[in-house]
Design a binder for this molecule. Structure first.
Ligand code: SAH
Length: 252
């Protein structure tokens, strides 16, 4: 993978949501590795947000990007879901899906994976569309990631595959985690998925920076489900994945 490495502000001009979806969320027409990683995340999300698991009034998804797969199980466990991304453009695709725009991305293959034999996927889509109430801009590197938006403290903050791209080094990563914890109620949960030892990933023909995180670093602070699967080498250089659930202390 040669060429310029995009990061930070470059997301505003260089990150093409359609290319991102084509690479990482092509389902059966895509590559095996990307599909396996999607299933790993879907299974963990299902476990995390099943009855008896994590739930409550408000979930804030941070770095939503153009995807909604991460909310399929969560929409049953929360009254309200708030989406947020650095870029408004990213959320336009999701907004189209929420409004059933005919040009919207088709997420039904992911919904079918979650629903298995039950085939309640249309009900699930309707529930998800009802539960998402707001789409906001955010920056995980700011002490108040949602800026001046009035948002109540959340029961859960979810952030999948966004922090590795948004944070330039370990210090900014740790600060970003604290910024996200700041959005939680005492006793709330932070749920995140990390592509380990990531160096770079492709969005169409553009190469983006990825912060290299070690399993041991992630495990130190958080409860962690590990998988050794990597993305296809042409799309992303990384080694393994962690799905992480952390708990904010009741007095924090
Ligand atoms: N959560 C999705 C999308 C991840 S793509 C998934 O699981 O596939 C990475 C996303 O992080 C992009 O949408 C990008 O706009 C967003 N991002 C980049 N820098 C950010 C920042 N500083 N704060 C919040 N989001 C950021």
């Amino acid at each position: 993978m040669e060429g310029k490495l995009y990061k930070g502000q470059d997301y505003k001009t260089e990150f093409q949501p359609r290319d991102y979806l084509k690479t990482f969320y092509a389902f059966d027409s895509g590559t095996v590795a990307e599909n396996e990683i999607l299933k790993f995340n879907l299974n963990n999300l299902f476990e995390t947000f099943s009855p008896g698991g994590i739930g409550g009034d408000i979930l804030i998804d941070v770095g939503t990007g153009p995807t909604i797969y991460q909310l399929i199980s969560a929409c049953e466990a929360f009254q309200e879901i708030i989406l947020s991304d650095y870029l408004e453009l990213e959320l336009q695709g999701v907004d189209k899906w929420l409004k059933k725009d005919p040009g919207a991305y088709d997420w039904s293959p992911a919904i079918r994976v979650c629903e298995g034999e039950r085939m309640r996927w249309q009900e699930k889509e309707a529930r998800l569309r009802r539960t998402v109430t707001r789409l906001l801009t955010c920056d995980v590197n700011q002490p108040h990631p949602l800026g001046s938006a009035q948002v109540p403290a959340a029961d859960c903050v979810l952030s999948l595959l966004a922090l590795e791209g948004a944070c330039q080094d370990m210090d900014t990563y740790q600060a970003a985690i604290q910024n996200l914890v700041g959005l939680l109620k005492p006793g709330g949960h932070l749920v995140t998925s990390v592509a380990l030892r990531c160096r770079e990933y492709m969005v169409g023909s553009r190469k983006f920076f990825g912060l290299s995180l070690e399993k041991e670093t992630v495990e130190k602070v958080l409860k962690c489900q590990y998988s050794p699967i990597n993305y296809s080498e042409a799309q992303c250089i990384n080694e393994g994945h962690c799905f992480v659930v952390a708990h904010k202390g009741p007095g924090a």
